[in-house]
Design a protein around this ligand. Structure first.
Ligand code: 5GP
Length: 206
């Protein structure tokens, strides 16, 4: 094994883009990734399980975790808190495991500040390009509506700047395959294996 530490992968993107679906498809194939189960104050949905889908917390419990600096990032989303437990992520990475987060964009930007060496993957809505073409080609659309739509599209594109990779989610299985390819490529990066390579060169017995 050449890598000593694990790699942190962060999948994020605009709401409704299908992050959860792509993550589940990826984890049905990838057994080497450690998924960091998030904490949330939202109510458990039917079929969900404590510790599998989320760790369910009260608002007070969540705020205590924030005060104790036990979250790597957290965000408020539709009146609820969501956050990533710091200890699990750090322990797994130290132990040489790759860790995978699936979180919304505000949280991903916080992770980037703490872990700039992480790999940030932006899941892109398939309809955005169509939307753009439609906006441009359809000269008859009311001007205000065109502007609003463009503004929304631009906001999404703007968030992409902080990311290393963009995966268009036009087909879930294809998106998961692309993420697997990204994971493999990251493990082959020269800078990740350079120190090991140098120690081989310095070994006089070889
Ligand atoms: P849901 O309530 O549908 O399970 O998730 C709502 C949103 O919260 C999704 O966009 C999901 O990616 C995001 N999310 C889940 N866990 C976390 C987390 O730990 N931190 C942040 N910032 N967002 C999260």
């Amino acid at each position: 094994m050449i890598d000593e530490k694990g790699i942190l992968f962060v999948l994020s993107g605009p709401s409704g883009v299908g992050k959860g679906t792509v993550r589940k498809e990826l984890f049905s194939r990838e057994t080497n990734l450690k998924y960091s189960t998030s904490m949330t104050t939202r109510a458990m949905r039917p079929g969900e399980q404590e510790g599998v889908d989320y760790f369910y917390k009260t608002k007070e419990e969540f705020e205590t975790l924030v005060e104790q600096n036990r979250l790597l990032e957290y965000a408020q989303y539709v009146d609820n808190y969501y956050g990533t437990p710091r200890e699990y992520v750090e322990e797994m990475l130290e132990g040489g495991h790759d860790v995978f987060l699936e979180i919304e964009v505000q949280g991903a930007l916080q992770v980037k500040e703490n872990f700039p060496e992480g790999v940030f993957i932006f899941l892109f809505p398939p309809s955005l390009e169509e939307l753009k073409d439609r906006i441009i080609n359809r000269g008859t659309e009311a001007e205000e509506l065109v502007l609003n739509r463009l503004k929304e599209a631009k906001k999404e594109i703007d968030m992409m700047d902080a990311y290393d990779y963009v995966v268009v989610n036009d087909q879930v299985d294809l998106a998961a395959t692309k993420i697997q390819a990204i994971i493999q490529s990251e493990h082959c990066k020269r800078e990740r294996i350079a120190s090991q390579y140098k120690s081989i060169l310095e070994d006089d017995t070889l």
